[in-house]
Write a new protein. Sequence first.
Length: 256
Amino acid sequence: MSKTQFTSEGRSLQPLPVMPEPPVVLRAVGLTKTYPAVSEAKRGELELFRELELTIHAGEMVAIVGESGAGKSSLLHLLAALDKPTAGEVWFGSIGELRLSTLSARRAAEFRNREIGYVWQFHYLLPEFTALENAAMPLLARGMGRRSALDRARSWLSEVGLADRAEHRPGELSGGEQQRVSLARALVTEPKILLADEPTGDLDARTAEAVFELIQRLHNAHGLTSVIVTHNLEFAARCQRLLHLKEGRLAEQTGK
């Protein structure tokens, strides 16, 4: 499809092509999440957000910022089918494809293993296994043969700069190295979307910068779709889109 431009004299110029919008990867529609209030002083429900709308397109790198307790991590859990909304829906792909709230616990786990790469603030590596084995865990969990799983995990450890640390256990790695292993583990399945919840939150400033630059490089090199929750506004501004979660609403700001 194209649009025809005209000069001031009315002469037509060469039509300009209209670029198609990238496909939708995730869409939240009317999303509401409430929890029972836990204190005696506050009875009833705690509402994190109501009728929240969010669309993530293929290839985007989106940052979500907001104050502590605003619901950023809860929103990421809903997008990953780790939790179910009180109302509304999360669709994987365009509306009409996969409705996440309908998934059983087993199917939700299969969905995450197949489609979602998740990076937590804490690495959650298994201490008794090597970096290589930890990175291969999602593939082993889906039934891939050990040799093939380890070969692919080794390739991803090389991608994150840890080829020479593959046989080290988590306790022998620095905090930044542990988070690099968790990133390799998240991407070893070649997911459609990477969700990262404060991936640099436990790191010192220099290491955090290195890990964020790594995420950016992998995003660009592998054509990822990424959603990153962060308190670091400087990192957030370097994403393509910056969304501010405040009082249950997402407000979009222009990223750099």
